[in-house]
Design a binder for this molecule. Structure first.
Ligand SMILES: [Zn+2]
Length: 217
């Protein structure tokens, strides 16, 4: 980004990030440490599943970058779609810095936490071998489906130490009746920032290259 000249460009930088309008309003599954809930997966993992339905679709895995110094600045990796990606460039420049893209699993779940009426939320998980995602994946490989039964989910730990245990219940004997629920668009839950704007996005206004010392007064 370098030196910013001209009020128009400076104002553009100071204006609210325009990606906000881009980001869908999403309700996330939030459980406290030790809290458990009943959930049901909306999507299937594969369209070959006997319980796949177009209206519910598929869950997704997204490659994303996070500014290691500011975990809120997270955006999808664009290397595959654009051939260019600022996060990948940072990871090459500073291999141990935490810029490397990471895969995360995103799905809609119908949540019954016993506190309020069941609601739809997005649940996201890393895809490591130890993660709850692996439980779902193994279950899908074994039985073909994950949306035809209820699951008990429990959160353990906090922050980066958070993990979830997932326990399947017996599969439905009658097909589950989905109501009028609206599902979140999983392709919009992670910001996709165009390459030319990625550096500014990841560094926000705190970018070392945009500090006041670089502005010529
Ligand atoms: Zn990337």
């Amino acid at each position: 980004m370098g030196v910013i000249k001209g009020l128009k460009d400076i104002n553009a930088l100071l204006d609210k990030p325009k990606y906000d309008s881009n980001a869908a309003k999403v309700r996330w599954l939030k459980l406290a440490d030790g809290q458990s809930a009943k959930i049901r997966f909306v999507e299937e993992l594969d369209s070959d599943s006997a319980h796949y339905h177009e209206s519910r679709g598929l869950s997704v895995v997204i490659a994303e970058h996070t500014n290691p110094k500011d975990y809120k600045r997270k955006a999808a990796c664009t290397l595959d779609i654009d051939g260019r990606c600022f996060g990948c460039e940072m990871a090459r420049k500073e291999p141990k810095s935490g810029w490397r893209s990471k895969l995360r699993f995103y799905c809609n779940v119908l949540v019954d936490d016993g506190l309020e009426d069941p609601y739809i939320a997005v649940w996201s998980q890393g895809v490591s071998k130890q993660s709850a995602f692996n439980t779902i994946r193994e279950y899908a490989l074994e039985t073909g489906s994950v949306s035809n039964l209820g699951w008990k989910i429990k959160r353990n730990g906090q922050g980066t130490e958070t993990n979830y245990t997932l326990i399947p219940t017996a599969p439905d004997s009658e097909p589950f009746t989905w109501g009028e629920q609206e599902f979140h668009n999983l392709e919009k839950v992670v910001r996709e920032v165009p390459y030319p704007e990625q550096e500014a996005f990841f560094f926000g206004f705190d970018s070392p290259s945009v500090t006041s010392t670089n502005v010529e007064w």
